[in-house]
Design a protein around this ligand. Structure first.
Ligand code: BGC
Length: 258
């Protein structure tokens, strides 16, 4: 087995789709087209494991390919510890064991925002940035990650900061923008409050905004006034897959050395 693999496989487990692709670890790009399978409902551990088997089975992966999986909750040493936007039967489940047993392979499981943040720091918007980078993914919830001089601080969970008496993601996520029919100006006011609090507490040198809505960044990022530069993510919806694959190849050691 090579000690410096050039590709690894990433799986992004989301509320509506489970997506996967092999990733070129040098460029951070997909090495083959991504495959997406709808998330089974209910998304119990066994049902999701069966979908991952189907997904991986649609590629011709080498036996020893590293596999990384993102999960939209706290993932501590492979175990799901929360379930804000996923089936509650996951809490306490060792994701790496359930998926690893089903796939017959070793799997690394990480929080979705951690995977995206790591990918942006290694290949994307925060590439070659020094100091503290804060990454927020705006989607169903708000995922957060912090990378300090190339080192990822796992499971930040700052989407659940209590701000003005509310769980932050229940006011400022992209799903809330949609649900409450907010226009971008109205939503930007909520984001301003959110990122303002984040800045006052963490003092990042750079803020990166990801999630599907980041493709419309020009409609809301210019409305935000913060101390740190705030920029759109570059890997967009590939970030989870890329970050999970890269972290799995690094054996879960979230240190960017190149
Ligand atoms: C979860 C986080 C997750 C984020 C984005 C939040 O509700 O608590 O773990 O990263 O949603 O999916």
């Amino acid at each position: 087995m090579s000690t410096h693999p050039t590709t690894a496989f990433g799986i992004d487990i989301g509320g509506s789709g489970i997506k996967g692709a092999p990733v070129d670890l040098t460029s951070g790009e997909f090495a083959a087209d991504r495959v997406r399978i709808p998330t089974p409902q209910p998304a119990t551990p066994q049902a999701v494991a069966a979908t991952c088997v189907e997904l991986v089975g649609s590629f011709d992966l080498p036996e020893d390919a590293a596999i990384g999986v993102t999960f939209p909750a706290v993932v501590q040493h492979g175990v799901a510890r929360s379930a804000a936007n996923v089936d509650s039967s996951w809490i306490g489940t060792n994701i790496e064991t359930v998926l690893g047993d089903a796939l017959g392979r070793t799997v690394l499981a990480v929080n979705d925002a951690d995977a995206a943040g790591y990918a942006e720091a290694r290949y994307g918007a925060a590439r070659s940035t020094t100091g503290a980078t804060f990454v927020a993914t705006l989607g169903t919830g708000i995922g957060t990650a912090m990378i300090v001089d190339g080192v990822l601080v796992p499971n930040l969970e700052l989407g659940h900061l209590e701000i003005d008496g509310h769980d932050a993601e229940s006011r400022a996520s992209d799903a809330v923008r949609d649900r409450e029919n907010l226009d971008f100006e109205q939503w930007a006011e909520r984001l301003q409050r959110y990122f303002g609090v984040i800045e006052d507490l963490l003092w990042p040198d750079l803020i990166v905004v990801g999630g599907g809505v980041s493709k419309h960044h020009e409609k809301f990022l210019p409305l935000l006034h913060l101390r740190a530069p705030i920029v759109p993510a570059q890997l967009r919806n590939a970030a989870g897959i890329v970050g999970a694959a890269a972290l799995a190849a690094a054996h879960g050691k979230p240190v960017i050395t190149s």
